[in-house]
Design a protein. Sequence first.
Length: 388
Amino acid sequence: MSGFTLAQRIKELPPYLFADIDKKKAALRAQGKDLIDLGIGDPDLPTPEHIVAAMQKAAAEPRYHRYPSYEGMKDFREAAVGWYQRRFGVSLDAATECCALIGSKEGIAHFPVAFVDPGDVVLVPDPGYPVYATWTRFVGGEVHYMPLRRDNGFLPDLAAIPADVAKRAKMMWINYPNNPTAALATKDFYARVVEFAKKNNIIVASDVAYSEVFFEGEPPISFLETPGAKEVGIEFQSLSKTYNMTGWRIGFAVGNAQLVQGLGKVKTNTDSGAFEAVQAAAVAALSSSQEPVEKMRAIYKERREVLCGGLQKAGFDVLVPKATFYVLVVNPKGLTSADFVSRLLDAGVVSTPATGFGACGEGYVRLTLCADKARLAEAAERVQRARV
Ligand code: MLT
């Protein structure tokens, strides 16, 4: 045997950001190092009890043990669109404008398979969730990065997209509240996105995984609230961050029926749907009191004061988030994001280089609020020690 050759698309791919960080963490922990893990955005808080109870009950029901429906249970899709109506005032048809996902990452990955042909341009935010660009490339699409800069509120400058690129573009990814910058979109920005998409015949794919993690001001808005958005767009929603359900793998896509159906066609040929007991638990999450979500927000808000306050007191330039549980910290002078991350790891704090989300992330590292207050206070001290 001479060994196996990886496909070119995989050879060219850097290791998945968080898989790589996991390896480094495991190696240091094996040496006995105490690490405060503020790397991946994986809530440490438990899934609310009533959701776990709904899952326990559903798991015992044989009717849920068979293949799920491809598009998701009717109850689940109805719960999802009901939640959209209550939360955003957006009306959707559960039968044609909603589809269950095995976590929003799955839908985000598969969506370009339905709509991007080789040579099509996909407009991707930089920094941005790595999956947007990876799957564009997997299907032979061309990535055009839209820089997100602090002085522009981390919103892409649509006017800066060259006309010939806009003409060849098939799709644009947007993500607000934003990972990793924590920026929020405005109604005016979304209106401009609709106008741009209509003018250039572009599909808008909006990732709103963090819409429920917010701390001040008006709750974040959905792209689909924008007049005309449903003619051009689809939105990817996740239960992971709202209900601390990252391990459960459940989300949904809603929006333009043609876009939802296109994604559905990829999925019927790829997976066999989300475990129906998980969908039943998700119905409980979406349809019952949202008080646990309120409590979660209050916890993150307190944590935000501890971490950001501690870092600011130590003289760091910190982008205090109004939403998401991500905190960008500006690198100390003379350090790249990679240098800073490595120093932080030596000091016992796991962080993520914002460059892991794209070249425009240079200058920042990302910390999460996914640890309790005592650990975050300790983390702030360790970060301070890492500077010297
Ligand atoms: C992150 O840390 O950026 C995300 O949690 C990763 C993910 O949601 O897959």
